[in-house]
Design a protein around this ligand. Structure first.
Ligand SMILES: C[S@@+](CC[C@H](N)C(=O)[O-])C[C@H]1O[C@@H](n2cnc3c(N)ncnc32)[C@H](O)[C@@H]1O
Length: 253
């Protein structure tokens, strides 16, 4: 089986190209997570796995250098797009050995846990890294949603190496984060539409982000309509009805 780092090193540049092509497409999902995290001036936070630094860029855009964000990304080529403003740690989410115990105020993670079979070692590592009184905020694909089916049925058929996401069921974070020492766990399924100027732009973005070059544009369009759903705005803008599950938790002691 192909190692995920090889998959993301191979796909990373296309993923990052999509973000450059439509930097605002995923804004709703990014803002929802940043608001849930609620960064404070003077805090140190890790974005993990950071990919090309999309979430870190969003925090920096809103808080500037008042908040220190460190990007942790195991796939080196994928991390190449991270803004050199950020410190980058090329380590996996469950073993950030470059960082000491209790050195962080918070951990934030966007759409990067669904490739991990047993996520608890990763949560335990985050518990080690966060100081007492700190917190974590996460967002990822929920099971039994159109978003999940789009990824594990359609994208899986066309993306090199396939896509077998282990998505999040209701209360999974409540149970597992509590088991790993966190408290006050809250979770919620949210609609966070991806937005585009046109249907063509939506197809271009998805072909690049998910490496769907083997699919025809018509197949991509039909799959988006079938699994996710699309709304057209009066302005002609397009909303692709993406959904994610969000959670936050505290480390009290
Ligand atoms: C869809 S990207 C998300 C990147 C970024 N957080 C974003 O929102 O743009 C998935 C991320 O998960 C990481 N990843 C994939 N499989 C993994 C695994 N088994 N263990 C740890 N990280 C993994 C990849 O390196 C990549 O950074």
């Amino acid at each position: 089986m192909t190692d995920y780092k090889d998959i993301f090193n191979a796909r990373g540049h296309l993923y990052n190209e999509a973000t450059l092509m439509c930097p605002g497409a995923r804004e709703a999902e990014r803002i929802a997570l940043i608001n849930l995290l609620n960064p404070k001036a003077g805090e140190t936070i890790i974005d993990v796995p950071a990919g090309g630094g999309y979430l870190a860029d969003g925090i920096h855009k809103q808080y500037g250098s008042e908040v220190t964000v460190i990007c942790v990304e195991p796939a080196e080529q994928f991390s190449a797009a991270i803004d050199p403003f950020f410190r980058v740690i090329l380590e996996p989410a469950d073993a950030v050995t470059s960082l000491e115990d209790r050195c962080l105020d918070a951990v934030v993670s966007l759409s990067g846990l669904h490739h991990i079979v047993d996520k608890r070692p990763t949560y335990r590592e985050w518990h080690r890294l966060v100081r007492p009184g700190g917190r974590i905020a996460v967002a990822d694909v929920a099971s039994n949603t159109g978003t999940a089916d789009f990824l594990n049925i359609f994208v899986d058929e066309f993306v090199p190496g396939g896509h077998n996401g282990m998505f999040f069921s209701e209360n999974e974070w409540l149970e597992q984060l509590t088991e790993c020492g966190f408290s006050h766990v809250e979770e919620e399924l949210r609609s966070v539409p991806w937005v585009y100027d046109s249907e063509d732009q939506m197809i271009d973005f998805c072909v690049s982000l998910f490496s769907l070059q083997k699919a025809s544009r018509q197949q991509v369009l039909e799959a988006i309509h079938h699994y996710i759903g699309v709304e057209t705005e009066n302005s002609g803008g397009i909303r692709m009805m993406w959904q994610l599950r969000y959670a936050r938790a505290d480390k009290t002691a």
